[in-house]
Design a protein around this ligand. Sequence first.
Ligand code: FRU
Length: 516
Amino acid sequence: MAEQIENFQPFAQITDARWYPRYHIAPPFGWCNDPNGMCFYKGQYHFFYQHYPYEPRWGPMHWGHVVSDDLAYWKHLPIALTPEEPYEAGGGCFSGSAIEKDGKLYLMYTGHLSATPEEEAAIGFAHIEFQCLASSEDGIHFEKSAKNPIIEEIEVADKDVSIHDIRDPKVWIHNGKYYAVLGSRTPDMAHGQILLFESKDLTKSWRCKAISARSDGTLGGMWECPNFAEIDGEDVLVFSPMDLPTDDGRFYFDKVAGVLIGKLNYRNGLFTHGDFQYLDKGFDFYAPQIMQTPDGRTVMIGWLDMWNVEMHETRDGWAGHMSIPRELHVKDGKIFSTPVPELQKLRKWKPITLKDVVIDEATTFDGVAGEACELVLTIDAAESKKFSIALRASDIEQTVLTYNSTGTFKFDRTNAGEPIGGFTSVREIQIEPQDKIKLHIFIDRSSVEVFINDGAEVMSARIYPKRTSQKIIFVPENELLEIDSLEFYKLDFGMPHPHLKDEASEDLKKKFPFLK
Ligand code: FRU
């Protein structure tokens, strides 16, 4: 471990474990946003992220780096990319992806060159973006290409594309050629769009093949962080549109993450597709990145945060954390995401299981409580009609999930702890009503992720409760609540922090035995 964190420079020390995740990826200090460069290289999963190591706020972007043998246990590695070159001055090394070629690991990322206010007044724009490459023989130390930037603005100068916002390349290989999708917008900023680039060699020359997909006017003015993969025989474009219309009720946030499912025509570069589908209908899930596992599954990790909200962990010297890895599937034209089975490795303690329990008042079950745990439930919705489950609960706060058998599922973080802000603190979605509702819930120190009916819907949120708010309370809202089955697992430390003392103090453990 010591070796792996040789270059650690804890400019900002994490001062309190209360919200630092036990098993989600988070920066060892400072800030993180988008996932980057997720890949499997030389027998290990590599995951990079947008990182500002000096303070818990966004700043010139570095690439933080963690590594895992199994997608469950992660270790910090030294920072992979540091902004040092003229083509990335100011903004730094923006988001991108990774690919292996001839045994080397290549990172393809965006150099974000920003102007000072004085320069902006003189040149009339604030920033410009270029695509760059860095490579490594060992997956740890990276060298930027002497040919950077490998894609310049000239490549799209004759197209209906703003040269200022072209970013976040996701690169893949198809039939011996390299392809990359890039986030983009039209010059009038009215339409987000995806550009498809093509290269024979990856490292020397790239050509803009097409504007593959574009907003029809209802899907925002900029599309960020595109990803592309074939999943269950369908072509899937993952992206994060921004500037969405929140006033027509379709979107709760002006930025979300979702997919278009369709077909990419590699000859003309055009992507034909169906309607936009959310990847997560909760509060915090943005800029996800996907990768193929060696056994052919598509795995996604997103940034479990949202821009422009209160991130209370900044008080403790860090900011931002990732979602759990989720497996993507397409069934009948619909996207599903489920927790990767590898996470079961974190179930280090004996589970608590219950079967066929009927309750007629608010109930807690012995041992079913915690700040880092997993709950797998099947509830008889037809019999129960309406029920709530309060998570991270105490006398003073709770995060509440409520299901009504008409099919409404509500996630309420109004009283979850420290107030977060944003457009709303309650999100209500409509799900397909079924006699049995299945919930798979992951709780960590400052997050909740809820997978509904085998991943047909997902709702995730950051929350900032007191460390001691750990109850899980089941509440019948219509006479009876019938739980067909309940499995509860306390989860291990998957993302050990090098400096932080993670366990609760002896005093706290004495007073609250479930903290053990
Ligand atoms: C998305 C994003 C990306 C960009 C990065 C900068 O959250 O805006 O488009 O590359 O963040 O940190």
